[in-house]
Design a binder for this molecule. Structure first.
Ligand SMILES: [Zn+2]
Length: 107
C-alpha cells in the first residue's frame, strides 16, 4: 500500500503532511520525516461536474477530504464507479499518488 510523506512531532507525536518550522499542536521544533499509512475515512467530499480545463473529460469526479488514521486531513480524488453513494465516514485507502493527486478508493 502506498504511503504519504509527512512530519511527526517528536514531542507530542502529532503529524503534519506539509513541512512546518514548529509543531502547530505544541510548538516544538523537533520534527522528523515519516511516511504515514494511507488508510482513513471520508471527512467531506464534493462532486465536480464542471472541472478546470486540465481535467475536462474526467467529469463528473469526486474530490474528497480524507481524515487519515494518523490524524491529518488530506485532499484527494476518489476512484469510484458510483458517485451517488459516497458518504462521509466511509473507509478509504490510498491507491496511488501521481502529479495530479492522491487517489483514494473505498474499502
Ligand atoms: Zn507537537
Amino acid at each position: 500500500m502506498p504511503k504519504i510523506a509527512g512530519y511527526r512531532c517528536k514531542a507530542c507525536s502529532s503529524i503534519a503532511l506539509s513541512y512546518r518550522a514548529v509543531c502547530l499542536n505544541c510548538s516544538s521544533n523537533k520534527l522528523e520525516k515519516v511516511e504515514v499509512d494511507g488508510k482513513g475515512k471520508i471527512f467531506a467530499y464534493t462532486i465536480i461536474r464542471i472541472g478546470p480545463e486540465r481535467f475536462r473529460n474526467q467529469e463528473p469526479y469526486a474530490v474528497v477530504l480524507v481524515k487519515l488514521g494518523s490524524g491529518p486531513l488530506v485532499t484527494g480524488r476518489l476512484v469510484a464507479d458510483d458517485l451517488e453513494n459516497i458518504e462521509n465516514g466511509m473507509n478509504v485507502v490510498l491507491e496511488k499518488q501521481d502529479d495530479v493527486a492522491y487517489w483514494f478508493k473505498i474499502v
